[in-house]
Design a binder for this molecule. Structure first.
Ligand SMILES: Cc1cc2nc3c(=O)[nH]c(=O)nc-3n(C[C@H](O)[C@H](O)[C@H](O)COP(=O)(O)OP(=O)(O)OC[C@H]3O[C@@H](n4cnc5c(N)ncnc54)[C@H](O)[C@@H]3O)c2cc1C
Ligand SMILES: C[S@@+](CC[C@H](N)C(=O)[O-])C[C@H]1O[C@@H](n2cnc3c(N)ncnc32)[C@H](O)[C@@H]1O
Length: 651
């Protein structure tokens, strides 16, 4: 369902108002006072977050984000604050960033926080969006869509619940029995709740879901408000519920108090994970057989970072969207921290192959109705203008996508929290063994390289040296790119894709690719592959190759770790076990402390940052950055459940 943004309106007294719900966003007597009295004090904050490592707030309706700003500001002002604050909120009708700027002017004391929030405010696309704020000490996880769907998909344990919909009479969906049950399921055993509403139906639904609620003095003219906590009985049941959902249990527990991991492989996958874990205070031993990071599949001059939309907004469509958006936000954060990442969100033009495909692409654009700055359809004339080259057909234009140089991203990831990351280059791991409490990485001479309680395989196609294809069906897909001499400013100035892709000029060259051949081990460049790349290029930009100097082409060969269903493998490594016919994913036994990030195939840039954030969140016990069903779609054990798509690997 496409998102419909909120429409900005005000009542006569200037209170923000929703024409859709015919109600005000906050008390006419002051939104900030209400946030502080009802939601913060109502949950006994700041006291309850003090001296804790992490505190998680879950809100039903984000609205203007005033409760969020007030909570963030109170947390900042508290010298005893918890180390990390997570704020999760749902919003069916998010405001545009321009409207938020307008609205937040009313609270000049939040100008700095509002600016930081708006700088990262996501494109108004459905699903979860994770923003890291305040030097990563504050994490905002926003679900854009209906909370009745979103709360069922969120994986977290909330310590404080903010129930903030429009009035139950005008917005019954957000106070429904279903919402109250979902909140109870997401509540930590000692969670509290607060809301300004004392409606009988709300109290009834909350009680029925297992909360004890009390009326206490309300804010401003409102005599009363509600505070609540889980009944002891529900807390017990809650534990049972958690036990029935091991994925949630895994996410919510902190199994690694030492916060120390060894990571095998310093490509896009391993460097991104090192950074995400180091950001959480983990110590990392990152091992690579090569003398530097990004010498394997991740060593190209330029790769494309863009989504792959689909008319049904299927898992690939949603995952590549969130991966792309999170990836670009991550690059912006690295740059803000002073690390150079060679990348440009210059726009990606995906041209239609023929008229029939152009119509299908148009239908996707209309069906998804994403903000046009993210995805729009362009006709041939506009496509030609964007490419700087005459093309016969239009297609998709992703205005906020572009190219990234993977080695520069890897280097920036390693530099960001460098003091937490010990790199062991030039050390090939020959064996991994578990000594009962820790994993040991042993080299070819039998020497210990590193030892840690958690071990993550990020060795690209070499994960197959450590785990059998019966447990993890990683396949090698050889790819060759051709490097073409390019003058600065020469067309195309955007990435152009169709059957292949070509980048703009990067350091005097452009990257055109790529071939894709399964289980093909030839390491040297092949003339036939250059010809294939040039044919694809000429198919996209007719006559382009005729302009190229006739000199022999340079290029690069890499071996992508591909996955049968084209989705990456992110999570705990399955263990050898006989599975029953009806074994659930969550019941598949795992190897203790062993994880994998692989199967990135042709989309390593779209997967690497969001997958690293997902695995780091799982290891740390943080709320997860992806919907439950998407996490399950990435679980490396999924291949043990169902036959793969005929085992055919696709680009
Ligand atoms: C030609 C080509 C074009 C591509 N174009 C794009 C694109 O446009 N957009 C996009 O998103 N993606 C693209 N990709 C895909 C992307 O580059 C890959 O998905 C990604 O690089 C995989 O990263 P990785 O970290 O899993 O593997 P790798 O980068 O291969 O990293 C694995 C690392 O493990 C190390 N290692 C292996 N075995 C051991 C061992 N025993 N001990 C220690 N270290 C070990 C290796 O030395 C290597 O550094 C392309 C790939 C290729 C080959
Ligand atoms: C009272 S406002 C919230 C104010 C907000 N907490 C703040 O601090 O600014 C209620 C919000 O809930 C949102 N909402 C209503 N129904 C929803 C639903 N089913 N799912 C998610 N959000 C919903 C509305 O769009 C609105 O933004």
């Amino acid at each position: 369902m496409p998102l419909i943004p909120a429409s900005l309106a005000f009542t006569d007294d200037g209170t923000p108002y929703s024409p859709t719900f015919d109600d005000v966003y906050h008390s006419a007597e002051g939104g900030l006072g209400q946030a502080q009295h009802v939601f913060l004090a109502g949950n006994d904050l700041p006291r309850r977050w003090q001296d804790r490592e992490r505190f998680v707030v879950l809100e039903t309706g984000f609205g203007l984000g005033l409760n969020f700003l007030a909570t963030w500001a109170a947390w900042r002002d508290d010298p005893l604050r918890c180390a990390r604050l997570h704020f999760i909120s749902c919003e069916l009708h998010p405001f545009t960033v321009a409207d938020l700027a307008h609205l937040h002017q009313r609270w000049p004391q939040f100008a700095e926080l509002s600016a930081a929030l708006r700088a990262q405010w996501p494109v108004l696309a459905p699903g979860l969006h994770r923003l890291h704020l305040d030097l990563e000490r504050v994490t905002l996880t926003l679900y854009f869509g209906d909370a009745r769907v979103g709360l069922a998909q969120i994986v977290a344990q909330a310590d404080a619940l903010y129930l903030d919909g429009f009035s139950p009479a005008r917005n019954p969906a957000l106070w429904s029995p279903k919402i109250c049950h979902l909140l109870a399921r997401l509540a930590a055993p000692d969670a509290t709740l607060a809301t300004w509403s004392v409606a009988g139906t709300v109290r009834e639904h909350l009680r029925h879901a297992g909360f004890v609620v009390d009326k206490t003095p309300g804010f401003g003219g409102k005599r009363q408000m509600l505070r609540g906590r889980l009944q002891p009985q529900t807390r017990r049941n809650g534990r049972e519920t958690t036990a029935l959902q091991p994925d949630l249990a895994r996410a919510a527990s902190v199994p690694f108090p030492e916060r120390h991991a060894l990571i095998v492989g310093a490509g896009l996958a391993g460097c991104a994970l090192s950074e995400r874990l180091a950001a959480r205070g983990w110590r990392i031993d990152l091992i690579d057989a090569a003398d530097a990071p990004a010498t394997g599949a991740s060593g190209n001059l330029a790769g494309v970072l863009r989504p792959l939309p689909n008319i049904d907004d299927n898992r690939m469509s949603r995952l590549t969207r969130v991966g792309t958006l999170y990836g670009w936000r991550h690059i912006a954060r690295l740059r803000d921290a002073g690390h150079a990442v060679k990348a440009d969100a210059c726009g990606v033009l995906h041209l239609a192959r023929d008229e029939s495909q152009a119509r299908k692409m148009q239908a996707v654009v209309e069906g998804l109705a994403l903000p046009p700055e993210h995805l729009r359809q362009v006709e041939a004339a506009e496509a030609s203008a964007l490419a700087g080259w005459s093309v016969p057909l239009g297609g998709w234009y992703f205005g906020d996508s572009g190219w990234v140089q993977p080695p520069s991203l890897c280097a920036a990831n390693l530099a960001h929290y460098a003091s937490h990351i010990r790199t062991c280059f030039g050390r090939k791991v020959a064996r991994l063994q578990h000594d009962g409490s820790h994993w040991q990485a042993i080299d070819e001479r039998g020497e210990l390289i590193a030892r840690a309680p958690a071990m993550v395989l990020t060795a690209g196609i070499a994960v197959r040296d450590f785990i059998g294809a019966d447990l993890l069906p990683v396949v090698s897909a050889r790819g060759q790119v051709s490097l073409l001499a390019a003058a600065p400013g020469s067309p195309p100035g955007v990435v152009v894709c169709c059957d292949g892709y070509v980048s703009p000029e990067v350091d005097g060259q452009r990257c055109a690719g790529a071939t894709f051949s399964i289980d093909d081990e030839e390491e040297g460049l092949r003339e036939t592959d250059h010809t294939e790349n040039l044919t694809k290029l000429d198919g996209m930009l007719p006559g382009f190759t005729a302009q190229l100097p006739p000199a022999a082409l340079d290029g690069r060969v890499g071996f992508r770790p591909a996955s049968p269903d084209r989705l990456p493998m992110v999570g705990a490594l399955p263990a050898q076990a006989a599975l029953g016919h009806s074994t659930a994913l969550a019941d598949i036994p795992r190897q203790p402390g062993a994880y994998v990030l692989s199967g990135y195939g042709a989309r390593g840039l779209a997967w690497s940052e969001i997958a690293a954030e997902l695995l780091a969140s799982q290891l740390e016990g943080d709320p997860l950055p992806l919907e439950r069903e998407l996490c399950e779609a990435l679980d490396p054990a999924r291949f043990l459940l169902r036959p793969t798509r005929g085992g055919r690997i696709q680009e």
